[in-house]
Design a binder for this molecule. Structure first.
Ligand SMILES: NC(=O)c1ccc[n+]([C@@H]2O[C@H](COP(=O)([O-])OP(=O)(O)OC[C@H]3O[C@@H](n4cnc5c(N)ncnc54)[C@H](O)[C@@H]3O)[C@@H](O)[C@H]2O)c1
Length: 438
């Protein structure tokens, strides 16, 4: 089966490599010439465990190739996926300009039946716009070519993307024709054979499912952060509460961790976009508005605890070490990360900032340049520091040598934004230890 994936970012590259690995013949397309040249040289532009090998293996096998020209490969395909970015517009709604650009190019060059599938996260109604855009271009050319649109939102998680794609909890596919359903069933057959569920539905429901899923997950996080903040005030421990409620099968154990706020390229933008869609329909998503407010406030919680600890002396000229910059472990993605908010607050307070992250240092430099000090490793970061803030729960931070850390720090103060350390243990090394909701 021949397929093209337009947009070679996190989703496009992972999907392309995984489809190729099941035997499909895949062409990945991107307008970013430099990115495509790099990938052709074997350099993978993003950090995602296992992706380099998977891409190289399938390129070598001749099943995966890259191009910047959609028009030159379009009519060799049976299915074309659009996995371009849908960043938030100024007002928070999803900006569909890249999605519609792709649709326009398809309409300008299509000369045979094809299924056009949107994989990007897009608001309900986008498939209709894609269809209209393609049809308008076909009409301009006075050509009568049949095509179908479909929606196949992606649920992979950065850091675990290949596994998520290869063994998904479910694949959601919105279709409006039997032909499209048949072709997508064929494409997803390897997944069906392995007993992963492919759920077919109508297109608006598929488009909505992605937003509802991310909004539900964001809601769980903000809910637990709200509970954690209250736990602190009433003397309860949110970890115990989590164990207590998570054992209820109606609630489940996952996504119940309190912390210093969610970030990343999806939750913040998708929650915003869904609120915006509802506003546009004259309906107000009250729960999600609160989810967003709680999260914005939670990104300040670590800094606020630090400010309280330094209430007497003030924070000016204090050296603060940050462990973790990416919005979560196993990725170098810093979009909407709590680290960026914290760094801003520390700068405003006049602190000297030393940072360390296992993979996001280059990304941090690209974003904020040399406004902070980049440490060689986690111990270098805490050298002479007056406080340590843990913002991302990378594995390598979980069991540090506290003897070294406590020796090299100027003041033994640790604020654990992800609840990965134990108060008793830290106190035994003389630390003042604060965490979230404990
Ligand atoms: N990153 C995730 O974890 C994730 C997970 C699920 C869904 N999504 C959704 O998938 C979509 C893509 O996300 P991403 O993180 O892969 O984005 P990304 O920014 O990493 O990649 C998007 C790519 O599209 C390319 N592009 C833009 N316009 C183009 C055009 N006209 N033709 C060809 N290429 C074009 C860009 O150059 C870029 O390389 C978004 O809608 C996102 O919400 C992302």
């Amino acid at each position: 089966m021949n397929i093209a994936i337009v947009g070679t970012g996190y989703v496009g590259l992972v999907s392309g490599a995984c489809f190729a690995d099941t035997g499909a013949s895949v062409t990945c397309v991107d307008v970013d010439t430099e990115k495509i040249e790099r990938i052709k040289r074997g350099e993978i532009p993003i950090y995602e465990p296992g992706l380099d090998e998977l891409v190289l293996k399938n390129v070598k096998a001749g099943r995966l190739r890259f191009t910047t020209s959609l028009e030159s490969v379009l009519n060799d395909q049976q299915i074309v996926f659009s996995a371009v970015g849908t960043p938030p517009d100024e007002d928070g709604s999803a900006d569909l300009k890249y999605v519609l650009q792709v649709a326009k190019t398809i309409g300008q060059h299509l000369n045979k039946y094809m299924v056009v599938v949107t994989k990007s996260t897009v608001p309900v109604g986008t498939a209709k716009l894609v269809r209209q855009t393609i049809q308008t271009e076909l009409d301009k050319r006075q050509t009568d070519i049949k095509f179908d649109v479909a929606s196949n939102p992606e649920f992979l998680k950065e850091g675990n993307a290949i596994k998520d794609f290869m063994s998904p909890d479910r694949v959601v596919v919105g279709v409006e024709s039997e032909m499209a359903k048949e072709m997508l069933t064929r494409l997803y057959k390897p997944f069906l054979i392995n007993n992963f569920r492919v759920i077919f539905m109508d297109i608006p429901s598929a488009e909505m499912t992605k937003y509802a899923a991310n909004s539900m997950l964001a809601t769980r996080i903000s809910f637990m952060n709200d509970i954690a903040n209250l736990c602190e005030r009433v003397g309860a421990d949110v970890n115990m509460v989590r164990a207590g409620i998570g054992s209820d099968t109606r609630i489940g154990r996952k996504f119940l961790y309190a912390g210093c706020g969610y970030g990343g390229s999806c939750f913040p933008k998708d929650v915003k976009a869904l609120i915006k869609t509802a506003d546009g329909m004259g309906y107000s998503m009250e729960v999600l508005k609160a989810v967003e407010r709680v999260n914005d406030a939670q990104k300040h919680v670590v800094f606020n605890k630090l400010a309280i600890a330094f209430a007497k002396e003030g924070l000016e000229n204090k050296t603060v070490a940050l462990w973790g910059l990416s919005f979560k472990p196993e990725t170098d993605d810093m979009r909407e990360s709590t680290a960026l908010v914290t760094i801003d607050l520390l700068k405003q307070a006049g602190c000297k900032i030393k940072v360390y992250d296992p993979v996001a240092m280059t990304e941090c430099k690209r974003r904020i340049g040399d406004t902070v000090i980049y440490a060689r490793d986690l111990y270098d970061a805490v050298n002479d520091a007056d406080a340590l803030l843990l913002l991302t729960e990378w594995n390598e931070f979980r069991l540090p040598n506290w003897e070294i850390v406590s020796k090299v720090m100027n003041k033994k103060l640790l604020i654990d934004g992800r609840n990965i350390f134990e108060k008793k243990e830290l106190e035994s090394y003389g630390f003042e230890y604060h965490s979230i909701g404990r």
